[in-house]
Design a protein around this ligand. Structure first.
Ligand code: TPP
Length: 322
């Protein structure tokens, strides 16, 4: 969009992202923006997760450590700001950014944790009543112990982890896609292809589906019989504050249908979800379930106790057990 805005306006656009988003934008930066191609100025505001020596989740550590070196490699000049940055310093950073962008190059401002003060707490709501965690619990109650689960980035994984402990007494059959938002469905698809004797469930979020929606077309085009793709749709990025995704009117089940998923189900209540889960017991064909859920989560929701690598090892070990 920033490229289009520049082409249309002749003015650089400002793009705001988390540093995991910098990973997603490496290709357009190198193959569109860079001066060896179109030389297009953009101002990037980048939230710095995983800053060295600051406690953060495992999926942010490596990207946190390489954020600034990566910008250097991408030939993007940058400044780092924090809550100590004064207005005067900020002014001179913006002046520098302007000079760089006049040369049609890109400039980044890397923003440390707690630079911005918290805005007033705003509670986002939708019209649905089924809680996401309750829906996840209901799914876990209806799947076999030998079934596999791949859960998406954010609180869906944390809820699946806790619900599985509560319902099954363990969480060894869940692969938590802690990073790589939007890729859980293709991971589930890969597992389903190689483990044909088991059913693989993907617990996805609507924001994550939207981020890499092309996966639906791929999966629908070459369906596997032992995969169930579940989109827990709260029309929001609940895990990071509950803001609307910007695609709240999208009918995800229609998209999946058009992409070729042969079985499509929707549910808005626990009763509807139970009846879908029962029907799934006798369906041996790729299926998609869109569950409309409310926006919200428990304040005391925990985090995985193992490292990401331990979670992966347990998942792989558990797979060989019948
Ligand atoms: C590339 C990238 N950008 C941003 C994030 C931060 N992030 C983590 S979870 C999440 C929201 C996920 O939304 P959704 O899939 O709808 O699930 P919900 O939390 O609403 O259940 C975001 C934006 C990320 N992990 N990766």
């Amino acid at each position: 969009m920033a490229v289009g805005v520049y082409l249309g306006d002749g003015k650089p656009a400002c793009v705001y992202m988390q540093n995991s988003g910098l990973g997603n934008t490496v290709n357009p930066i190198t193959s569109i923006l860079n001066k060896q191609v179109y030389n297009i100025p953009v101002l990037c505001l980048i939230g710095w997760r995983g800053e060295p020596n600051i406690k953060d989740e495992p999926q942010h550590k490596f990207m946190g450590a390489i954020t600034n070196p990566l910008l250097e490699l991408l030939e993007i000049e940058y400044s780092v700001i924090s809550k100590e940055t004064t207005e005067k310093e900020l002014e001179s950073i913006l002046e520098k950014a302007n000079t760089v962008m006049k040369r049609k190059e890109q400039y980044a401002i890397v923003i440390k944790k707690d630079t911005f003060s918290k805005r007033e707490h705003y509670v986002y709501k939708n019209e649905y009543t089924l809680a996401r965690e309750e829906a996840i619990g209901c799914i876990l109650e209806h799947i076999k112990d030998s079934d596999l689960i791949v859960s998406t980035t954010g609180k869906i994984s944390r809820e699946a982890y806790e619900q599985s402990d509560k319902i099954k007494g363990h969480h060894n059959n869940i692969f938590l896609t802690v990073g790589g938002m939007g890729h859980a469905s293709m991971i589930a698809y890969g597992i389903a292809k190689s483990k044909k004797d088991k059913k693989t469930y993907c617990l996805d979020g609507d924001g994550a589906v939207l981020m890499h929606m092309g996966s639906l077309a791929f999966i629908g085009k070459k369906p596997v019989p032992n995969m169930v793709h579940i989109c827990l749709n709260n029309e929001a990025h609940e895990s990071v504050g509950g803001m609307p995704t910007g695609a709240t009117e999208i009918n995800y089940s229609e998209v999946a249908k058009e992409c070729g998923y042969p079985n499509i189900f929707t549910a808005e209540t626990k009763e509807e979800l139970i009846s879908v889960m029962k029907r799934l017991e006798i369906i041996n064909e790729l299926s998609f379930i869109e569950i409309k859920v409310s926006i919200g989560s428990r304040d005391d929701l925990g985090r995985p106790k193992e490292t990401a690598e331990e979670n992966k090892d347990n998942f792989m070990k558990n797979m060989v057990v019948k």
